[in-house]
Ligand binder design. Sequence first.
Ligand code: NDP
Length: 294
Amino acid sequence: MAARIIDGKAMAQDLRAKIADAAAALTRTTGIVPGLAVVLVGNDPASEVYVRTKSKAVVDAGMRSFDHKLAAETPEAELIALVGRLNADPAVHGILVQLPLPPPIDATRVLNTIDPGKDVDGFHPVNAGRLATGLPALVPCTPLGCVRLAKAAHPALAGMEAVVIGRSNIVGKPLAQLLLAENCTVTIAHSRTRDLPAVCRRADLLFAAVGRPEMVRGGWIKPGATVIDVGINRVAGEAGKTRLVGDVAFAEARQVAGAITPVPGGVGPMTIACVILNTLRAACAALGVAAPDL
Ligand code: NDP
């Protein structure tokens, strides 16, 4: 039987509506509108789309969006100075610097200057450390979305074998930490992993965050497993057009898995919803108000 499709778009819409309600309640009680500053450097077309999508999601949720578009030649010191001003601005509760940053800007140096309390991407070492040690933290948005999608198939993840392919600081590692916190037995696979198909076949929950189109084949999947596909890869389509595919060969995987996320319409929309969720959480923390359990 074909796998159930986990509808990330519908789940994201539902979450965004709840965040908008909670943001409105926060504004009613405190008079403060949560605000997200989005910083884009250069003209990368994909980044421009992401930034527009995030800003629109923020405004749709009744929050304020402060957009800063800087030229590709902007010196690193100028970008860091802008981050400093945003850190000090009480109307800004979240700061998001869109990656990748054009060379020679050092992204790590820039991200490390963001106030950890406003770090809605969760990339600052303070937040990474807090997540790893089980303290409250702002957690990277894509992993947050992935866990929510997995829970749509299995509300209780405890005891499950989870395999995460990819060990980046923005997806693989924080996702593994979240799954550990859910009491999964977690394996992180990467480019040096031996016999990756066999490792994947152990997984009750398989997360692919690799950046290689349709690398994970149907035969790598344990029958009935839940598959969360993080990959976004643009490949040649019909009639000279391009199309998006994930890191999982969807048509094959769907015949074996129990539940699977599509690309597009899976992890992507949940990532955006979690950006505004983190903005709401950062605003609540800044105002000393308990964040709603959404
Ligand atoms: P990175 O390039 O930073 O990391 C890729 C990881 O995949 C690395 O750990 C690498 O291993 C591993 N890898 C590469 N080749 C193989 C292989 N042949 N076998 C096993 N592992 C391999 O990517 P990101 O984590 O930033 O992103 C991963 C994917 O997720 C991309 O397609 C990206 O576009 C997408 N993405 C989607 C988001 C969304 O909102 N849906 C958000 C963020 C990313 P090693 O460490 O050994 O090099």
